[in-house]
Ligand binder design. Structure first.
Ligand SMILES: NC(=O)c1ccc[n+]([C@@H]2O[C@H](COP(=O)([O-])OP(=O)(O)OC[C@H]3O[C@@H](n4cnc5c(N)ncnc54)[C@H](O)[C@@H]3O)[C@@H](O)[C@H]2O)c1
Length: 317
């Protein structure tokens, strides 16, 4: 019998595509989406949806009981750029929601948990190139501190209480179906929309700021395959490094110019530059490749073609 899955924060950039992918794979009635707000038409029409607050333990517990949930994917969070503006709110949302889900698993109410971490767990003292799985981690953002603490708690709940929690340190994620939710890598999505609409884009990061990134299809595939891996293969219970591509705004713009030769980019860095400067440029994900067979499919050229086609189709630009 297919597992019953609850996706919390299902209306966000990742949650939307994850929900659709899991519904496609496991049947729509097995995938319960919830969020504090309604999502896209497509998401709302595709299966069960409930309004619920991830910081309210009883609301989440009620859904778990009502739908006889086996697995929870916790996608609700406050992202890097927004959390710098609302530090205490960001900390409370990111930590309270995680504890609620970990405690549901500890008490045997759900059997498996997915919780995403981020490259934001790293900081300025971390080796920047090919950042190892295990290394110095001194994050300087509220978001990064919450993800780092979250990783420690995931590992603790696994070691101490046997909770089957699995996690990925996502790089910046790029998608055309949904818009990003207030992160430092949002420029890499906005740039495609603006390239199609106005053939111009002003980047809030400098031209040579190299960051690890990934096309959404790869991220969704990674997430589902980590959750499907036999428990004994999931050797890391804090969070796995995961990598696909690394690029700068300048190289991204050049890949767009191959399709839209008149596209022009300019640069006007803001507060997000300091966040980006504290993060790695590239990531060593050999543990994920070895432990559960991770392979990425999208390189920069393939992603750019897909993004431009996808935006035209979905957003009628
Ligand atoms: N998108 C990225 O590039 C990226 C990179 C690294 C890590 N992540 C992590 O992946 C997860 C999902 O990110 P995303 O980009 O989809 O974020 P998002 O901001 O697009 O979506 C988050 C969703 O959570 C919902 N939400 C907020 N507060 C809630 C609450 N109290 N209760 C219920 N729902 C609530 C929001 O309405 C939103 O739909 C987060 O943990 C994020 O930190 C994302």
């Amino acid at each position: 019998m297919a597992s019953k899955i609850l996706i919390i924060g299902a209306c966000g950039q990742i949650g939307t595509e994850l929900t659709m992918a899991l519904r496609e794979k496991q049947g729509k009635d097995n995938i319960i989406a919830c969020d504090i707000r309604e999502g896209s038409k497509e998401l709302m029409a595709s299966g069960p949806f409930e309004i619920a607050d991830a910081t309210n333990y009883h609301q989440i517990e009620d859904l778990v009981i009502q739908y006889d949930i086996d697995e929870v994917y916790l996608m609700a969070a406050m992202l890097s750029a927004t959390a710098e503006k609302f530090p205490m709110k960001g900390w409370a949302l990111n930590m309270d929601s995680l504890f609620h889900v970990l405690n549901l698993a500890k008490d045997g109410k759900v059997s498996k948990v997915f919780w995403p971490s981020s490259i934001a767990v790293f900081g300025p003292t971390t080796p920047k190139q090919n950042t190892p799985q295990t290394t110095i981690m001194e994050p300087t953002t509220v978001y990064g501190i919450s993800k780092q603490a979250g990783e420690r708690w995931c590992e603790y709940y696994h070691r101490k209480f046997g909770v089957d929690v699995r996690s990925i340190r996502y790089p910046g994620l790029i998608s055309y179906k949904t818009l990003p939710g207030g992160g430092t890598t949002d420029y890499a999505v906005e740039i495609y929309h603006e390239a199609l609409k106005t053939e111009k884009y002003t980047s809030f990061l400098k031209e040579d700021t190299e960051l690890p990134m990934m096309f959404m299809d790869d991220a969704i595939r990674a997430t589902i395959s980590l959750m499907e891996a036999p428990a004994e293969n999931v050797k890391i219970r804090s969070s796995y490094n995961l990598s696909a591509l690394n690029f700068t705004p300048e190289t991204l713009a050049a890949s767009i110019q191959k399709h839209i030769p008149d596209f022009e980019i300019s640069y006007d860095p803001d507060f997000r530059q300091a966040i980006a400067d504290s993060w790695p440029s590239s990531i060593d994900d050999s543990a994920a490749r070895q432990d559960w067979g991770w392979r990425h499919e999208f390189d920069l050229e393939k992603m750019t073609s897909q993004m431009l086609e996808g935006i035209k189709e979905v957003h009628h630009v």
